[in-house]
Design a protein around this ligand. Structure first.
Ligand code: GTR
Length: 307
């Protein structure tokens, strides 16, 4: 065990502290107005799944947000759903993700491209969902977390999805968003972060990898502006990330790390899981570290879903 400065204690109602200090306030609202089926292919993936594409309209106070979703639905029986944002577009996931294995494990998967919710840019040419709500202080990570909840709303309109047992997964910056979604939206029975690192599952107080100075310099738009004041002052933060994981309890959490992903600090992720463990019942929190680098691999998917 490395020597760490004392960690802030586990305790009730830390969500407000994370809201103020790091992610910002997710406003209530954003109502699903319409979900229109664009296409349907039955019996894909050797007959194990149907592939549906929808266009959803989410009504926000200052305008509508349109989302293009891709759904794989097991043909055999009603299935719980995994919601996950993707980086490179819905079609790219057809190559990148092990859909057939996920479907054979009994899950539907619903995804959308993350920039459709909020651009990943400190000065975006066109605003995302944060421009559709009256002035609130929330960062892009919180906006993507909001989007994950809207994906779950969309899943709720589709026949063949069992609303119980919903899972939220995210990789890297979208792993940070998945954790914040899991904290805030109690409909998620399992929250999975993959290589989420700094401001995700890794402890700030474990040195190594990305720190507050680096993340707020490169990605100021991800968090509330005042978070940058903690650059170089990790020990003064009122929170640490074991408390974020613990805020999801008694619902379940699974953290995936990769040995060679030093920037995401796999040791800091492991230590956060161990420090959060007392908040969970038996089997409430799980962890793996696998060989290799920064990526969401079949092994990560399958171990998380087996958990
Ligand atoms: C890195 C960033 C990390 C991580 C990663 C990603 O550049 O420093 O916090 O989120 O991007 O999203 O791939």
């Amino acid at each position: 065990m490395p020597d760490l400065p004392p960690l802030p204690p586990l305790g009730p109602d830390l969500v407000g502290e994370f809201t103020r200090t790091i992610y910002g306030c997710t406003p209530p609202g954003g109502e699903l107005a319409d979900v229109v089926l664009q296409s349907r292919e039955d019996g894909v993936l050797d007959g194990t799944a149907d592939r549906l594409r929808h266009r959803a309209t989410v009504r926000c106070p200052l305008g509508d947000l349109e989302l293009d979703t891709l759904l794989h639905l097991p043909t055999r029986e009603d299935a719980p759903v995994v919601v996950i944002l993707n980086f490179d577009g819905n079609d790219q996931t057809l190559t990148d993700w092990p859909y057939q294995k996920i479907v054979e494990a009994g899950y539907a998967v619903l995804t959308a491209q993350y920039r459709q919710i909020e651009p990943d840019d400190p000065n975006p040419p066109t605003p995302g969902v944060r421009g559709l709500f009256p002035a609130e202080s929330w960062g892009a990570v919180a906006a993507w977390a909001w989007g994950l909840s809207r994906l779950l709303d969309i899943a709720g309109t589709v026949d063949g999805i069992d609303p119980a047992g919903a899972v939220v997964i995210g990789h890297s910056r979208l792993g940070k968003a998945a954790l914040w979604a899991g904290v805030q939206d109690e409909r998620f029975a399992l929250t999975v972060s993959n290589d989420s690192g700094c401001c995700g599952a890794a402890l700030f107080r474990h040195p190594g990898g990305e720190d507050i100075e680096a993340i707020t310099r490169k990605f100021p738009h991800w968090f509330v502006p005042s978070f940058a004041q903690y650059a170089g002052k990790e020990d003064e933060l009122p929170v640490d990330q074991h408390q974020l994981l613990a805020s999801i309890a008694p619902r379940r959490v699974y953290v995936c790390s990769a040995e060679d992903d030093a920037w995401a600090d796999p040791v800091g992720e492991y230590l956060a899981v161990e420090a959060a463990r007392p908040a969970f019942g038996p089997g409430g929190i799980g962890y793996h570290v696998r060989p290799g680098g920064h990526a969401l691999l079949e092994e990560d998917w399958m171990k998380a879903l087996a958990f």
